[in-house]
Design a protein around this ligand. Structure first.
Ligand SMILES: Nc1nc2c(ncn2[C@@H]2O[C@H](COP(=O)(O)OP(=O)(O)O)[C@@H](O)[C@H]2O)c(=O)[nH]1
Ligand SMILES: Nc1ncnc2c1ncn2[C@@H]1O[C@H](COP(=O)(O)OP(=O)(O)O)[C@@H](O)[C@H]1O
Length: 186
């Protein structure tokens, strides 16, 4: 059976979005109540909405899953997921451990979960260079150990440190090659 969805999971600033971009397949855009970062585009990086809109969508039954992370909501819409699970083409998404669990229970082995991690100090420096304020850096790093432990549920884990950068890139290219060889869907 071919994979329909490739999920990237891991601590903040481990490099999930970077490796997702390298995989270079269509993305599922999820919803969030957090403010856009510099350079992020509504409808491309996330659907950026208010907390109230996210709550209304959840109560209205529009969300397959919704999670709270560092005081903001993040969620995947049922319509978007159903579309991609019925599509010919494979897609990718970035999601936390709770969301991954829900999607795994629902879609089983049609999903490949790629865990991404790095060392905590490098993640801290990456967060600081992302212009994240000190409080936000501390909050995001506070869940580093928990998010690292949660990588146990992933099918593959990539150690995406500075020193391992080229190896991480190669791993993504091997994964892509494997996906292409085993599927007509890319
Ligand atoms: N469950 C779930 N998690 C999401 C979704 N979208 C993003 N996330 C996760 O929310 C967390 C915070 O994302 P973000 O604010 O972009 O921070 P980043 O991890 O530092 O890039 C990350 O762990 C994401 O993987 C979603 O739709 N559902
Ligand atoms: N292997 C790496 N070595 C050094 N910096 C990296 C590496 N991978 C990603 N980065 C940088 O780290 C920052 C966070 O990466 P990002 O993909 O946004 O993380 P996440 O999506 O997990 O929050 C970005 O500035 C990115 O360019």
């Amino acid at each position: 059976m071919s994979f329909k969805l490739i999920i990237f999971q891991g601590p903040s600033a481990s490099g999930k979005s970077t490796l997702q971009a390298l995989l270079d397949i269509p993305k599922v855009v999820t919803w969030t109540s957090r403010a856009p970062r510099e350079g992020e585009v509504n409808g491309v990086d996330y659907h950026f909405v208010t907390k109230e809109t996210m709550c209304e969508m959840f109560i209205g039954g529009d969300m397959l899953e919704m999670t709270e992370y560092q005081g903001n909501y993040y969620g995947t819409s049922i319509v978007a997921i159903n579309q991609i699970m019925n599509a010919k083409q494979m897609n990718s998404v970035v999601m936390d451990a709770k969301g991954v669990k829900i999607l795994k229970e629902r879609f089983h082995d049609t999903i490949l979960v790629i865990g991404v991690t790095a060392n905590k100090e490098q993640c801290r420096l990456r967060l600081l260079s992302r212009n994240t304020d000190d409080k936000d850096v501390s909050r995001r790093l506070a869940s580093f150990e928990e998010e690292t432990s949660a990588l146990a549920q992933c099918d593959i884990v990539i150690y995406n440190t500075e020193e391992n950068r080229e190896k991480a890139k190669r791993m993504i290219s091997y994964i892509k090659r494997g996906l292409v060889e085993n599927s007509e869907l890319l």
